[in-house]
Design a protein around this ligand. Structure first.
Ligand code: SAH
Length: 223
């Protein structure tokens, strides 16, 4: 990532001081992975939202990114990323729901190779341009329906992160979890959404509920 340009550094409500306050807030809420905190303190979240909203980019809140979608709340981004790091030495991560690309940028600053899919073409294109401008070279993006996982069915991932809530766990995604790998996803039971960690162990799949969340729904087909 290249942060040398002035607008990447930010001023006023997008300055380093404002970002540091967000990081302190994440710490206060129990995020304790120093790598995640460090990366989130550096990534210019204001460049991932509309300029009219950039003064709110370092609040711990979800914000609209157009097309009825949102950029996830920083606390949830931090919590999910921290959970992906917990066991083993993950290399590859598949993200379902690129959106504006902010979570993708956080992942790409930590893991070796990131794959991310988005069903809305305009968001996919915007994210692609933004991430290229920030000089991320370890991200592959596709405009596709994430219900089918990564378009190459031969691929397996150490980690899968879904940033939209499903009411049924897509089989293709479960198949793409590598041995000892894990998927984190919001599950909607019709009343509440719960963040779930699904791990592929030698004994089979193990499901652990984490916390209540609120995500936009996982949809089908292309937009
Ligand atoms: N990680 C993103 C979150 C965006 S919101 C960010 O921080 O900006 C969730 C995203 O998932 C939306 O952009 C939505 O279009 C996308 N999405 C929903 N269903 C999908 C599907 N089946 N395949 C791929 N992307 C999907």
């Amino acid at each position: 990532m290249n942060l040398s340009k002035a607008n990447h550094q930010g001023i006023g409500m997008t300055s380093q001081r404002t970002r540091d306050r967000l990081i302190q807030r994440l710490r206060d809420q129990g995020i304790d992975d120093e790598l995640v905190l460090d990366v989130m303190g550096k990534i210019p979240r204001h460049l991932f939202v509309d300029e009219a909203l950039s003064h709110r980019a370092y609040e711990d809140t979800a914000l609209p990114i157009g097309y009825g979608q949102t950029i996830s709340q920083p606390f949830i981004v931090a919590l999910m990323t921290q959970s992906l790091l917990r066991e083993g030495k993950p290399n590859s991560v598949l993200e379902i729901g690129t959106g504006c690309g902010y979570q993708t940028a956080v992942l790409a600053s930590i893991f070796h190779q990131i794959y991310s899919v988005e069903r809305i073409e305009a968001l996919h294109k915007q994210a692609k341009q933004r991430l290229a401008e920030l000089e991320f070279f370890n991200i592959q993006l596709r405009h596709t329906d994430g219900n089918g996982g990564w378009p190459n069915p031969a691929y397996r991932f150490d980690r899968i992160i879904m940033t939209a809530a499903c009411s049924e766990i897509p089989d293709a995604l479960v198949e793409q979890i590598a041995d000892n790998g894990m998927m984190i996803f919001p599950y909607d039971d019709g009343r509440d959404q719960t963040l779930i960690k699904l791990t592929r162990t030698a004994q089979g799949l193990v499901e652990e509920p984490m916390t209540k969340v609120s995500f936009v729904p996982l949809l089908s087909g292309l937009g």
